[in-house]
Design a protein around this ligand. Structure first.
Ligand code: G16
Length: 542
């Protein structure tokens, strides 16, 4: 039985960097989820009878929303819904299932690295038939529709069983409940040399993987422990919990501090890694060697030919604008193109679809390749493991060798989280207004060479995206970037990205914050961050 319900619009359903993210109580408002899902469906054309993939990271409210999505997919005419058992699917696994099953699209329920629980965050994101996040044009269309919506359609049926694997028919629609891990693990086996990694592990190589009580737990247990033979317990915090055990499932040096401390201790295993809420981010730490995400992208691009799935090396590399230019040095050496996109994985989709790039990465701990259209945390871990198994060197040796070949991009991001939104917008607006005057001025002893507001023209579809972050470039190649996050749910988050290039014959072993101290001072001098935000220090330094 299909019911059409009347509704009225909400005015705040504008998708951000990665879908719609809000606090759980916002999503719990009557009709809030239904309105957004119907706005997605109303913005699509030609999906009748086709397949929709649905899954989430298991956070609080996941199961309830999945039931709504399934009932609305049925009412709106989808022919088949594929859902992960228990409603669980990592974001890269959704991307893979969409592609493998030639689905029309998919819906990912996650607020990624944001905290979960009844008062935590929730999110809904639409992925298109290429497996990737919907592009800006489509997310704008969803927002426009959400402002005018006046009805939604839903099947009036009882809740469906999400826990038993198998296929069933519900009022003419097929529902397939699938093992969340199986297809993804099989894909990984086609890309990496599992025999080599297994042999390396058998030879005594040890791993600690922190799943942060989020979605990658079952994936890591199956792949690292069952298939690659790592010891039981290699995957820590491996049971997904609706509130992530009360922690913040963000694999950075603040929220994955326990892993960091372990890796810096005398008992450190050879390799440490973590992933986030929905399994698309990664943190890589060797014994006594933290690998910054921008450096990880560069090192992976330089070494990926060692994995069977990438034996010809990358055809091109893409990175988001705030990501350091370490990968640019690799592209230069390989004689391939490097693309600089706005923040957001959705901007990599057209480049991957057009075959212009093989590997993409972001400073925000995301790396991935053309195997799916999302960043992929465990993929990055496995590529590192494959490289380590072949080179038989430590992470620290590989990174030192990398800097000695390409030079080092000292890099750090300073986040000011949950600051007053009006103050944050004013800071950015004022800075934007001064851009023309900055060039030639000195701050903390550094001369500004150029300042602009990043604008991107997609080389494949020629779409233009403006106001993607303020860049202040200094004489000598250092830079500061400032932008407001598009994923927060509380006030605003100011991100300050700081970078300095040190040539290969320079000082390659400095402490990062020390190496950047004059630029940090310059950022404060340029934007008066402390005065305007009321914060004397960033909340997170990554
Ligand atoms: C999302 C996007 C990423 C982006 C990150 C941070 O990641 O997919 O492309 O780099 O947010 O964005 P912002 O700086 O606007 O907060 P995730 O892992 O949260 O889906």
């Amino acid at each position: 039985m299909i019911a059409i319900h009347e509704t009225t619009p909400f005015d705040d359903q504008k998708p951000g960097t990665s879908g719609l993210r809000k606090k759980v109580p916002v999503f719990q408002k009557p009709r809030y989820v239904e309105n957004f899902i119907q706005s997605i469906f109303d913005s699509l054309a030609g999906y009748r009878g086709r397949t929709l993939v649905v899954g989430g990271d298991g956070r609080f409210y996941n199961r309830e929303v999945i039931q709504i999505v399934i009932k609305m997919a049925l009412a709106n005419g989808f022919g088949r819904v594929i859902v992960g058992q228990g409603g669980i699917l990592s974001t890269p696994a959704v991307s893979h299932l969409i592609r493998k099953n030639e689905a029309f699209g998919g819906i990912v329920l996650s607020a990624s690295h944001n905290p979960g629980g009844a008062d935590g965050d929730f999110g809904i994101k639409y992925n298109a038939g290429n497996g990737g996040p919907a592009n800006e044009k489509f997310t704008n269309a969803i927002f426009e529709r959400s402002k005018a919506i006046d009805r939604y359609a839903i099947a009036e049926i009882g809740d469906v069983d999400l826990d038993e694997i198998g296929s069933s028919e519900i009022e003419g629609m097929t529902l397939e409940v699938v093992d969340p891990v199986a297809d993804y693990a099989a894909l990984m086996e086609t890309l990496f040399d599992f025999d080599a990694i297994r042999a390396h592990v058998r030879g005594g190589f040890t791993i600690a993987f922190d799943a942060m009580h989020a979605v990658t737990g079952p994936y890591a247990v199956e792949i690292l422990e069952n298939r690659l033979g790592a010891a039981k317990g290699t995957a820590r915090n491996a049971v997904p919990l609706p509130d992530f055990g009360g922690h913040h499932p963000d694999p950075n040096l603040v929220y994955a501090k326990e892993l960091y401390d372990l890796m810096m201790s005398p008992d450190a295993p050879d390799f440490g890694a973590a992933s986030d809420g929905d399994g698309d981010r990664n943190l890589i730490i060797g014994k006594d060697m933290y690998v910054a995400p921008s450096d990880s992208l560069a090192a992976l691009a330089a070494n990926m030919h060692l994995a069977p799935g990438y034996k010809d090396g990358p055809v091109g590399i893409a990175r988001s604008m705030p990501t350091s230019a370490a990968a640019d040095e690799v592209a230069k050496a390989l004689g391939i193109d490097i693309y600089e996109t706005p923040t957001g994985w959705k901007f990599f989709g057209s480049l991957l679809d057009a075959g212009k790039v093989t590997i993409c990465g972001e400073e925000s701990a995301g790396t991935g390749s053309d195997h799916v259209r999302e960043k992929d945390g465990l993929w990055a871990v496995l590529l590192w493991l494959n490289i380590l198994a072949v080179r038989k060197e430590s992470v620290a040796e590989i990174m030192r060798d990398h800097w000695a070949r390409y030079g080092r991009n000292y890099y750090s991001r300073h986040d000011y989280e949950a600051i007053d939104a009006a103050a944050a917008n004013k800071l950015m607006d004022d800075l934007r207004g001064r851009l023309d005057t900055l060039s030639g001025q000195m701050f903390a002893g550094l001369a500004v060479a150029q300042a602009d507001d990043f604008s991107y023209t997609d080389p494949v579809d020629n779409s233009v995206t403006e106001h993607q972050g303020i860049r202040i470039l200094f004489e000598g190649g250092s830079r500061i970037v400032m932008r407001l996050s598009g994923t927060g749910t509380e006030g605003a988050t100011l991100r300050v990205y700081i970078e300095r290039y040190e040539p290969k014959d320079g000082h390659l072993d400095l402490d990062t914050q020390a190496a950047l101290s004059d630029l940090i001072e310059a950022a404060e001098a340029i934007a008066s961050i402390a005065k305007r935000t009321g914060r004397n220090a960033p909340s997170v330094i990554a």
